[in-house]
Design a protein around this ligand. Structure first.
Ligand code: PRX
Length: 653
């Protein structure tokens, strides 16, 4: 045992006894199965968990690595697997979705209702000419319609690309252009925190920018009732055309590799990449992780607080819970409206038993509870909870412990799930009835996932020594390619450094010297994680330099108590460096500009101006220095290679 041996938290026996993976022996047995017969392990699960129209005979096809295929000759339909089969299995009257609107109004949708709504939406899409293989961009708030639209695309074999409702016109335009989508589904607006915010006007702006000529129809959901412009021949009110649609729609059977969706995410260079996911392998992992990580049971009420605009909202709202026939809460609003007790009140009211949220939300709710006893979780009855989850960023031990004690009543395991847009589902995570937990560690790989920590040459690191996180074997729910850019897929995820053998996650990790548990140490590329949202520093820099006043910009992250990381921008203006009196106005202008170019989530928290940026004599920006400056640290390192050391004083902030 090392001196710094960590305290372990054990799953309660009552939970472990009935869990899908009941204890570490059961976990090890699964790991062993997967090691002994990798393809057999995944094939067994795929046969057991999914309904196939045409059974697969091939499991993993590595002939065109790293473009792996899983279950390639099998045929299925994802929407059928999520909805029809629940109805066929007698769950038609079970509530699939408990939707709570921003204003608190609750709507319940049964599996039978969902089948009819999805079928109508699928028919509506067909009626406007959307066909199998087309891309459909979905720009909707958290809503029943959002899930229905995703499922409807899956039903007809169209590939959806959901764009988060907080993204700007420019971001929406870029994603439409990149995917050359045939149709766009949006709404007049969205309610958040008691306010009606526009969506359709932003979509109009995006479509007017050029590059979106592929869009033939815009289907508009009426949500806020705000007046919007409707372009004749192009824009249609969904509510109108849905009314005319038949309530049944035969699912389109597709090959297991058929692209279910694209989801754009930030990388270290260039524009966001369209991560392409499959149908069969993706859904398999969505279901398997619902069962093993969340131990989902027929009478559970599951609530994942993510937005459908992110991958978490895909796998653990739109697909996983439905494929398991679960009841889930879907929430339109924000955790702080009408007050910061909203989440706890909803857990109480809907008797949520499995709750999945992000560390950022937890940290901000801790602050709120500390400041105002009225919104403290101990004011609410949350005895229905049995499992808690965390996702999107590292959870700091203090937040973990607060979550464990105050939300979980010290009886609910916390599954700290490490995964990514590219991985489709959980990769490294505790299993609630098996894994002893350590706050801040995502513990051990999901059974069947072969994660490792290696050095730059691909050599596995001994426990206790940090390195690069990789996955050694392809897995069913992995990214298939970067849409329209297979080369970028290869260089980003299967770099030559590891002879193209290992999937590169882009994160650093270290394994505990005693337990072998993984702790994620953060991104090793220029990707930031702000409130669990992933952003490329280059993207923000490009947005800044697109402003007429900006000559040069460099963006770095700095640790932040609430948002995990915060964006700090160092900017050189074309004109003189602004005086202290003038700076606030320019900062405001640039912030608003970034929000308009990318979305409010990309706004820098701190903008500093210099006459130049710290560069080496060869002109390379010294980002390491900028990171230190951003943190307010004294610069102790050698700055003799710096072309212009005086700049450092200007950028101190
Ligand atoms: O850095 C890791 C961090 O989030 C990145 C993936 O971001 P995204 O594709 O947006 O997906 C987020 C939701 C799955 C990872 O590369 N990350 C995600 N989960 C964790 C995490 N870091 C530490 N612990 C986690 N549990």
């Amino acid at each position: 045992m090392s001196d710094n041996a960590q305290k372990l938290y054990y799953p309660p026996e009552s939970l472990a006894k009935n869990a899908a993976v009941p204890g570490m022996e059961a976990y090890q047995a699964l790991v062993k199965q997967a090691e002994t017969d990798y393809e057999g392990y995944w094939a067994n699960h795929a046969r057991k968990l999914l309904d196939w129209k045409k059974p697969f005979t091939k499991v993993l096809d590595e002939s065109n690595a790293p473009f792996f295929k899983w279950f390639d000759d099998g045929e299925l339909n994802v929407s059928y697997n999520c909805i029809d089969r629940q109805v066929n299995n007698g769950l038609g009257d079970k509530v699939a979705i408990i939707f709570e609107a921003d204003d608190g109004q609750v709507t319940k949708v049964t599996y039978k209702d969902l089948l009819s709504r999805v079928s109508k939406m699928a028919n509506a899409l067909k009626s406007v000419g959307v066909a199998k293989g087309d891309r459909v961009v979905i720009y909707l708030p958290m809503s029943i319609e959002g899930i229905v639209a995703m499922q409807a695309c899956a039903r007809i074999g169209a590939t959806h690309s959901v764009v988060f409702g907080g993204f700007s016109a420019q971001s929406l335009r870029d994603r439409i252009e990149s995917s050359s989508a045939a149709a766009l589904i949006t709404s007049d607006g969205q309610f958040r925190g008691g306010k009606a915010l526009p969506l359709k006007p932003i979509a109009d702006e995006a479509l007017a920018m050029g590059g979106c000529e592929s869009i033939k129809k815009v289907l508009v959901v009426k949500r806020t009732g705000t007046e919007v412009n409707m372009t004749a021949g192009r824009d249609v009110w969904l509510n109108d055309i849905l009314a005319e649609q038949p309530e049944t729609c035969e699912p389109e059977w597709v090959g297991a590799e058929h692209p279910l969706f694209l989801l754009y995410t930030s990388g270290s260079t260039g524009k966001p990449k369209g991560v392409q996911h499959s149908s069969g392998g993706y859904l398999l992992h969505a279901m398997l992780t619902m069962q093993y990580t969340f131990d989902i049971k027929p009478d559970d009420v599951f609530w994942c607080t993510a937005d459908i605009g992110w991958v978490t909202g895909h796998t653990y709202i739109a697909y996983g819970p439905l494929a398991c026939g679960a009841t889930q809460v879907v929430f339109e609003g924000v955790p702080t409206y009408p007050d910061a007790g909203r989440f706890w009140k909803m857990i109480q009211n809907h008797k949520v038993s499995v709750f999945y949220t992000a560390p950022t939300a937890i940290r901000s709710l801790i602050k709120a509870a500390d400041a105002n006893e009225a919104v403290h979780p101990d004011r609410y009855d949350m005895s229905s909870l049995r499992i808690l989850g965390s996702v999107g960023e590292p959870i700091n031990p203090a937040a973990w412990e607060w979550y464990y004690e105050n939300i979980g009543g010290s009886r609910c395991p916390i599954v700290d799930t490490f995964w990514q847009t590219e991985t489709g589902g959980h990769m490294i995570t505790p299993l609630p009835g098996a894994t002893p937990m350590v706050p801040g560690s995502c513990t051990l790989p999901f059974p069947g996932i072969q994660a490792a920590v290696v050095d730059e040459t691909g050599l596995e690191q001994p426990w206790g020594q940090g390195g690069i996180l990789v996955v050694k074997r392809p897995w069913p729910s992995m990214i298939r390619t970067v849409w329209g850019d297979p080369e970028r897929f290869k260089t980003s995820y299967y770099p030559a450094d590891f002879q193209g053998k290992y999937y590169l996650a882009g994160d650093g990790a270290i394994r505990d010297i005693d337990t072998g548990y993984f702790t994620i140490t953060g991104r090793i590329d220029d990707v930031l994680n702000v409130s669990g949202h992933r952003m490329g520093t280059m993207e923000i820099e490009s947005a800044l330099v697109a402003h007429e006043k900006v000559a040069e910009a460099a963006v770095v992250g700095r640790p932040d108590d609430t948002t995990g990381e915060a964006i700090v921008a160092f900017v050189v203006l074309k004109g003189p460096r602004p005086s202290e009196a003038d700076a606030p106005a320019v900062i405001k202008e640039l912030s608003a500009w970034v929000a308009k170019e990318i979305g409010p989530i990309a706004k820098p928290k701190d903008i500093r101006f210099g006459e130049n940026l710290p560069k080496t004599r060869s002109g390379k920006i010294m980002r390491r220095l900028l990171r230190q400056l951003a943190k307010g640290e004294e610069i102790t390192q050698d700055t003799s290679t710096l072309e212009n050391p005086a700049i450092l004083d200007q950028l101190k902030g």
